[in-house]
Design a protein around this ligand. Sequence first.
Ligand SMILES: O=P(O)(O)OC[C@H]1O[C@H](OP(=O)(O)OP(=O)(O)O)[C@H](O)[C@@H]1O
Length: 153
Amino acid sequence: MTDTAPVYYLSWEELHRDTRNLARKLVDTPWKGVISIARGGLVPGAILARELNLRVVDTLCIASYDHDRQGELNVLKAVEGDGDGYLLVDDLVDTGVTARAAMQLLPKATFVAIYAKPAAIELTTHHVREFAQETWIHFPWDITHVYSEPLIK
Ligand SMILES: O=P(O)(O)OC[C@H]1O[C@H](OP(=O)(O)OP(=O)(O)O)[C@H](O)[C@@H]1O
């Protein structure tokens, strides 16, 4: 993130609404379950599981060694099988590095993301909102309510 990059503060309500809107696009398929890409996909995965009445929930745990440059990825916990019939969910597809790695591990899973940026938007089967590539999104679990000074005191 550069100092001049636009920043978007996403609320819990927005995330919940957007994830429910994603669920509406998925109701016609009898999914076997949901696989969340941890950690960003955890909350969206819980909401999708609730909306789509899915009781099988799993995690694919991937960490990037270098957060800013999205360097090499480390698979901390994989999922057995090829993902056939499962929803593979993440909060955001940005450069696509994480999604590509996840889809290599689970080639038959259906990858969805709540939010997408143009560089890798084609990787998602469904997403809800697109953000500009340079926008830095703060997810609700990264932020807290703080007092804001009035403009004129
Ligand atoms: O398309 P990409 O450029 O790979 O970026 C998207 C990934 O980045 C974020 O995860 P992050 O690396 O912040 O890890 P975390 O979810 O564990 O916090 C997000 O949750 C996606 O998994």
